[in-house]
Design a protein around this ligand. Structure first.
Ligand code: NAD
Length: 476
């Protein structure tokens, strides 16, 4: 989305980066080294479809190789361009540093509207794109590891992994060449929902500290908070579903491509999602009010706004009309640099993208480790853990029998305590821990340093310091 006088997405990321480095004491050479995108590869390739050759344009950009492999999703959308891919690659560098995933930043994209092609055609296109990238080591377990992004998912990742494996038949680590794969093709439990789950964990951590809640002018806990979400795709759907089902939040607005739904009471997120799958949009959904101008619902009265679709949706044209006191950037770059300034001046609290949607890359990191270690998490220790828990349960049972009516174990305790952690429980625990620790590192700066006026600056400071330390350690 472009608005007159509005910086592009790439310029927005640069402006935000500049605000942060302005507060730091980096040598100018190092600052420049961190800012610039190392390389962007553009490929044009043809695929024979429906009797004629169609030419596609794709990109893979590598922002920083201070750690390798570099990591970042592959996006399928008509608006993909070099600037966008480079901005997204830069965000990946900072995101990985912030959540301590040991990767540099990268991103890829293909200019395509995936809805215009059937599954077989998409497979042909994806395999050809993957071939072009893999032959230049832009897909490689030790150098460059893609993941899903807008317009792509498990299916595309499985094709990419298979294409790489066909081209590298003796690479024992071939499966680690891409993350976000289906479970039966080397994926990990909990990856599909990881980004949305991360958004939920981020909000839970935000509401744990009354100082943060105060800054947004909110009160209490997540329970009952009115939420508007834009984009009911992978990220938005899971975030909205978990927040409603597990935290008692109310989903009062859902914005999609063809308009929005609003409701005074919480909507059934699964029912809306099923409706979209069946009808291609939200229009006609019976249990909420349809609003044709979907973007206007970004300005609705609510407690939390979750833009989870695309970049630039909160910009100079609507920033001053946004009523939500708290915005969590589930999408990458939904708030432009100009809008960011307007919102900051209004006192809106923004949980920034590089942190808010880092759940995806965090669980991708776990998947990559799983692929390299060739073993499912929890396989070795789960039963042993259960056996140890059984010992405690047996002792408690003895006590229970001895004390009779005076004391007994709480209902369900036995069952809950006995269950050893499987892969999904471990992934969730690792993700929760990562999201908490990264948030706390931003929170500390936000509350303790006068110059750190908002969470975005805090996030940039924490991550740029880590990237700088990594370059320094290399002697640069
Ligand atoms: P997706 O393709 O699964 O979903 C995007 C959703 O947004 C779709 O439902 C689409 O219909 C909707 N949408 C598109 N244009 C819209 C518009 N103009 N107005 C309203 N809705 C619109 O994509 P996703 O994977 O959920 O990614 C969404 C955002 O999250 C992107 O910015 C992406 O970069 C970011 N992100 C995704 C992941 C991930 O793991 N998938 C990780 C980190 C960040």
């Amino acid at each position: 989305m472009s608005v007159k006088n509005e910086p592009s997405f790439r310029e927005s990321v640069d402006l935000m980066f500049n605000r942060a480095v302005g507060l730091m004491d980096l040598p100018p050479g190092l600052e420049q080294k961190i800012r610039v995108c190392n390389a962007t590869y553009t490929v044009r390739f043809g695929v024979r479809l429906r009797g004629s050759i169609h030419t596609f344009t794709g990109y893979r950009s590598v922002h920083s190789e201070h750690m390798e492999p570099v990591k970042g999703g592959i996006r399928y959308a008509l608006g993909v361009n070099q600037d966008e891919v480079e901005a997204l690659a830069a965000l990946m560098t900072y995101k990985c540093a912030l959540v301590e995933a040991p990767f540099g930043g990268s991103k890829g994209g293909l200019c395509i509207d995936p809805r215009q092609y059937d599954e077989h055609e998409l497979e042909q296109i994806t395999r050809r794109f993957a071939y072009e990238l893999a032959k230049r080591d832009l897909i490689d377990p030790s150098q460059n590891v893609p993941a899903p992004d807008m317009g792509t998912g498990e299916r595309e990742m499985a094709w990419i992994a298979d294409q790489y494996a066909r081209m590298n038949t003796t690479d024992i680590n071939a499966r680690a060449c891409v993350t976000g794969k289906p479970l039966n093709a080397g994926g990990i439990s909990g990856r599909v929902e990881a980004t949305g789950r991360g958004v939920q964990y981020a909000l839970q951590e935000f509401f744990r500290d009354i100082r943060d809640v105060d800054k947004a002018g909110l009160k209490g806990k997540l329970d009952g908070k009115r939420i508007v979400v834009q984009g009911l795709g992978n990220v938005g759907y899971h975030a909205a579903k978990f927040l409603a089902e597990e935290d008692g939040a109310q989903i009062v607005g859902i914005i999609e491509r063809d308009g929005a739904l609003v409701s005074d009471t919480s909507m059934d997120v699964d029912a809306v999602r099923n409706w979209i799958m069946e009808h291609g949009g939200v229009k006609g959904y019976p249990d909420a009010t349809y609003v044709e101008n979907g973007a206007s619902v970004l300005e609705a009265d609510c407690d939390i706004l979750i833009p989870a679709a695309l970049e630039g949706v909160i910009n100079l044209t609507n920033a001053d009309k946004i009523k939500a006191p708290l915005i969590i950037e589930a999408a990458n770059g939904p708030v432009t640099a100009g809008a960011d300034e307007i919102l900051r001046n209004k006192g809106t609290v923004i949980i920034p993208d590089m942190y808010a949607n880092a759940g995806g890359v965090t669980v991708s990191y776990f998947e990559w480790v799983k692929n390299l270690s060739h073993i499912r998490f929890g396989r070795m220790q789960r039963r042993q853990e259960e056996a140890r828990h059984q010992l405690v349960i047996d002792e408690l049972q003895r006590l229970d029998d001895y004390l009779g009516d005076a004391w007994s174990m709480s209902p369900n305790f036995k069952q809950k305590y006995l269950k050893g952690a499987g892969e999904l429980e471990l992934v969730r625990s690792g993700l929760d821990d990562t999201m908490r620790i990264a948030y706390q590192s931003m929170r500390e700066r936000w509350h303790e340093e006068e110059k750190v006026t908002d969470l975005r600056i805090a996030a940039y400071l924490v991550s740029i310091e880590k990237v700088a330390a990594s370059y320094r350690a290399k002697g640069l």
